[in-house]
Write a protein that binds this ligand. Structure first.
Ligand code: FES
Ligand code: FES
Length: 151
């Protein structure tokens, strides 16, 4: 079926299988492989993207359900070869270890900061409660977001 998607500010006109998930279209049709698949069933948050300002699991959405929405993936964060301040804060705080959770974690945190530029620690914890990280113990991730809030 024909599908029009707006991803990272670009309009795409695609021909896709109607059963494809948004995650599949992002990775396999648009080459935006920053978004990762972990569990494939809404449990890990590795596939988190932002849709109309809200962090969602792209493995749980059919691609056509994103029609008419504004999609942001992790590739939208760096601009002109310069990392976003949230990405820099993750690096500075050692909040990236194996990195598999990182794109999803960044997008959950970014969605929080877009709607609330000054979140409390509790609000940061709630924002990432759907994102599993097996490496960092979360403390460094929370510290990274707090660093951005301070600046
Ligand atoms: S891959 Fe989507 S939540 Fe795990
Ligand atoms: S850095 Fe490895 S799962 Fe989070």
């Amino acid at each position: 079926m024909a599908l029009e998607l707006n991803v990272n500010g670009v309009d795409y006109h695609l021909e896709v299988n109607p059963r494809l998930r948004l995650l599949d279209v992002l990775r396999d049709h648009l080459g935006l492989t920053g978004t990762k698949e972990g569990c494939g069933e809404g449990e890990c948050g590795a596939c988190t993207i932002i849709m109309d300002g809200v962090a969602i699991n792209s493995c749980l959405l059919l691609a056509h359900q994103a029609r008419g929405k504004k999609i942001l993936t992790v590739e939208s964060l760096a601009q002109d070869g310069e990392l976003d301040r949230l990405q820099k804060a993750f690096i500075d705080n050692g909040a990236v270890q194996c990195g598999y959770c990182t794109p999803g974690m960044l997008m959950s945190c970014k969605a929080l900061l877009m709607r609330n530029p000054n979140p409390s620690e509790e609000e940061i914890r709630i924002a990432i409660e759907g994102n599993l990280c097996r490496c960092t113990g979360y403390t460094k991730i929370i510290r990274a977001v707090k660093d951005v809030v301070k600046k």
